[in-house]
Ligand binder design. Structure first.
Ligand SMILES: Cc1cc2nc3c(=O)[nH]c(=O)nc-3n(C[C@H](O)[C@H](O)[C@H](O)COP(=O)(O)OP(=O)(O)OC[C@H]3O[C@@H](n4cnc5c(N)ncnc54)[C@H](O)[C@@H]3O)c2cc1C
Length: 352
């Protein structure tokens, strides 16, 4: 069926959903509270399942234009000893294509270009949605793609579920030098990640609860293996992003609402914000967008059709996304432990 929808939020989840809806013949408007789309952010891992979803949304080629494959990455101790391989080769063998990495601005550009190609999907900037019922009253569907502090989620599910800090400060950045090694280095209560992102550049992320300034962060990783200190020295601290790691807690009872005040679906961080340890934040938002818009495209006409499609979307995505969020949080605890001997012994047992 087709209908009218407003997508709240022009992040990865909102733009991907707008494309899917428009491809299904819906009339779509995107409302974004920021006055311009922030072109910052480090690299996202895009799993083969999310790549297939982007192919179905018609933006797979634009993704591949700027993405690089992620292969041969290890988990190391701070002296540089490899204790396991990340399961990238297994993922590639099973899926027939590699995990890709792409910087957030390029992924946003790919989605915006996909949307622009229709020529009739307005992305209205500087529009902060506060009255969700009023918005929902005027159309067939509102999509809450408005991130971890979602106003759409709060309007329908109250504030029982909300952002919870996990007690870790994360730093991310991109250095203008290429690292010869990739993967993660796990120390006591802190870790450092290095991934490719574009030729000549390296994406990095670090967690260190004690570091509040760039100098402190550099000091904490000063004795770690090459090229970690060089990577930090080669990145201008003015470009580093520092944030408190958070996830949505407790998990929502539903990703959709078919209340009399109007139909609503949540996608991405609004529905299931997770810690970044599994690198699944962008992937799960893309999978939500794909599942929701496929269900709507296949729905029977009329309000009952939309309601049925929303339930189908909830069945397809909620448990799966919430399992991923739980696994990411569990991995966060495991990576951040100070009982490193036990942890590293367990990691050495992982299949190669
Ligand atoms: C500027 C920025 C940089 C980021 N950089 C990284 C990074 O480097 N690495 C990483 O792993 N993750 C990063 N993230 C998070 C990552 O993009 C998300 O976790 C993931 O892509 C899921 O996206 P989402 O679309 O669900 O949510 P988000 O990316 O959070 O997008 C939500 C959008 O909704 C808008 N919005 C919120 N409330 C309202 C409202 N009431 N009315 C209208 N609009 C509203 C927000 O401004 C935002 O644009 C970043 C997010 C942002 C916004």
């Amino acid at each position: 069926m087709t209908g009218t929808a407003t997508v709240v939020g022009a992040g990865i989840g909102g733009l991907a959903t707008a494309i899917g809806l428009r491809r299904a013949g819906w009339s779509v408007t995107v409302l974004e509270r920021r006055t311009e789309l922030e072109r910052y952010g480090a690299a996202f891992g895009i799993h083969p399942t999310a790549q297939s979803a982007l192919d179905r949304l018609g933006v797979g080629d634009a993704l591949r234009e700027h993405a690089v494959p992620y292969r041969d990455a290890h988990i190391r101790t701070p002296d540089g000893t490899s204790i396991a391989r990340l399961p990238l080769e297994r993922i590639e063998r099973r899926a027939g294509r590699p995990e890709l990495l792409i910087s957030r601005p390029y992924l946003l550009d790919a989605l915006l270009a996909g949307l622009d190609a229709f020529g009739d999907v307005p992305v209205k900037l500087g529009e902060r949605v506060t009255d969700v019922d009023a918005l929902a009253a005027g159309q067939d569907l509102v999509i809450g793609a408005d991130g971890i502090r979602s106003a759409v989620r709060t309007a329908r599910f109250g504030d029982r579920s909300g952002p919870r800090e996990v007690g870790t400060v994360a730093w991310i950045g991109i250095a203008d030098i290429e690292s010869p090694v990739h993967g993660e280095t796990w120390g006591s209560g802190r870790f450092f990640g290095l991934t490719p992102v574009e030729p000549g550049r390296t994406n990095w992320y670090a967690t260190a609860p004690e570091a509040t300034t760039a100098d402190e962060l550099r000091g904490l990783f000063a004795g770690w293996h090459d090229p970690i200190p060089r990577i930090l020295a080669a990145t201008d601290p003015a470009t580093w992003i520092r944030y408190e790691m958070r996830h949505l807690h407790p998990a929502l009872p539903s990703f959709v609402s078919t209340a009399a005040s109007g139909r609503v679906a949540l996608v991405g961080d609004a529905a299931h914000a997770m810690t970044p340890n599994l690198g699944q934040g962008a992937c799960t938002a893309i999978l939500d967008a794909d599942a929701l818009t496929r269900a709507l495209a296949a729905a029977l006409p009329g309000p009952a059709g939309v309601a049925g499609a929303l339930r189908a979307y909830d069945r397809e995505r909620r448990r799966s996304a919430q399992r991923t969020a739980f696994a990411s949080r569990t991995l966060h605890r495991f990576m951040s432990t100070e009982r490193t001997r036990l942890r590293d012994a367990a990691v050495r047992l992982l299949p190669g």
